[in-house]
Design a protein around this ligand. Sequence first.
Ligand code: ATP
Ligand code: MG
Length: 555
Amino acid sequence: MDTNVNNSEERKLNFLEEIIEKDLADGKFKSILTRFPPEPNGYLHLGHAKSICLNFGLAQKYGGKTNLRFDDTNPVKEDTEYVDSIKEDIHWLGFDWEAERYASDYFDQLYEWAEKMIKEGLAYVDDQTQEEISEGRGTVQTPGKESPWRNRSVEENLKLFREMRDGKYADGEKVLRAKIDMAHPNMMFRDPIMYRIKHASHHRTGDKWCIYPMYDYTHGQCDSIENITHSICTLEFDVHRPLYDWFINTLGIFPSHQYEFARLNLTYTVMSKRKLLELVQKGLVSGWDDPRMPTLCGVRRRGYTPESLKMFADKIGVAKREQLIDLQLLEWCVRQDLNERSNRYMVVSDPLKVTITNWEKGKVEWFNAPLNPADPEGPCRKVPFTGELYIDRADFMEDAPAKYFRLKPGGEVRLKYTYIAKCEEVIKDAAGNVVELKCTIDPSTKPGAGEWRSVKGTIHWVSIEHAKELELRIYDKLFTEPEMGNIPEDKDYKDFLNPQSLVLGKGYAEPALLEDQSGIAVQFERVGYFFKDPDSTPDHPVYNKTTALKDSFKF
Ligand code: ATP
Ligand code: MG
């Protein structure tokens, strides 16, 4: 696990910043242009957030710009639903792109370049099956075998390629390949496929095309067309870089360059879109935005803030080696941000009734309580106090040790923001369960009423008459295994789903909670951070647990 994260205010330049600063100093580029290139085949996840913060963040830092380019070369898996969600998520993170582009915008240009390569003897139509092609590639140790169709004439290749485009052939019947070197030590150069036939409607180009370009023939050229100066991608693409350069050099177009960084992996998390899609399709989660999902719409619904995700991206920095980051670091960032900004409310989740015996029946007294203790002079909410309260069962102990400072028989505790109460009597049912506490309050301990008397314990409470009932959705990790990238071969990632990842509960809230206008998660005092769920109705508010108040995690 990588604990070597950024913990100082002043950090060194990362390797990408070093490269960019040098390029700008050398006058290689006047300004930089980066791009974020999602494939619209799923919703964005926390790994993408890392890439977004990096691409947009670098451009912001150096006065450059960032394009959003949808890598939409696979019509079968792509959809405008995903396009829309991706744009929404990037905006939510607080970034805006210079131009919105699609690889499919460049299909005509790519096609033209393919014909050019055919005319220069650099590409040919191959009739082999997919299996024959893979077999013919050879292995790292052994050279590949040339296709029997490799030496077709330029005229024949042109005619066949145009027929492919015009829909004369079925899927898989033919491909266009670059003619490079079947014995090349880098397998990527063994006549890579440039185009495949796919009779499928595309979310943007409709039925105009039935041939679609492959990733390696597309990505570099798209970067080049847009004059992208620094094309940043994840480490697994480093083997593709020579080919990226080869197409650009062969076509003699703008020299975009690719740089690789380590993808983000998180403990207890899977982040591949294929797996996330499977969880959704099999109904193992409630949808892409299930608050347990590592998708951006999921963590948003959970109550994570863009600020906390940016803080996290900054703390983990940019590595050149694979890294597995502790999920607790992300939660630490969320807590850090919410601690500063969130409003506070009292909510009791496991209620125990307290009757104040020296309280005038029916009397309601309203107390001012700061919405955020970091700003004691700031805005307040009004909290009603009455003679019948709920406290959390966990804040009472009958046979308490001396050092127990919450409520115990004969003991005193401060009811937060209000009086000191003393437990005078414990009421039990026939089975011996504690069902009610009879308490008295000391009127002289009202805040602001004379001398301040302090007791060791302070607990939260709500007035029963005013309490609003809430549905609470308490989340835990979606998986039980920290290293989900490293599970035994004979197991499936779904074998590690955590059966306790969602537990439903109830809460009783002070009334001001339901008037909260902050738009971010709130703190249930002494309990944790919670965010209102869109399933809420006026009669049935639902709150998602964002994260606990504290963790043993030391950062
Ligand atoms: P997945 O493997 O999860 O399906 P992907 O890489 O296929 O993701 P793309 O839509 O192609 O998803 O990714 C868009 C950009 O986000 C790419 O530049 C990719 O390198 C980057 N990216 C994807 N996953 C991560 C990750 N875990 N950490 C950092 N960057 C990532
Ligand atoms: Mg991809």
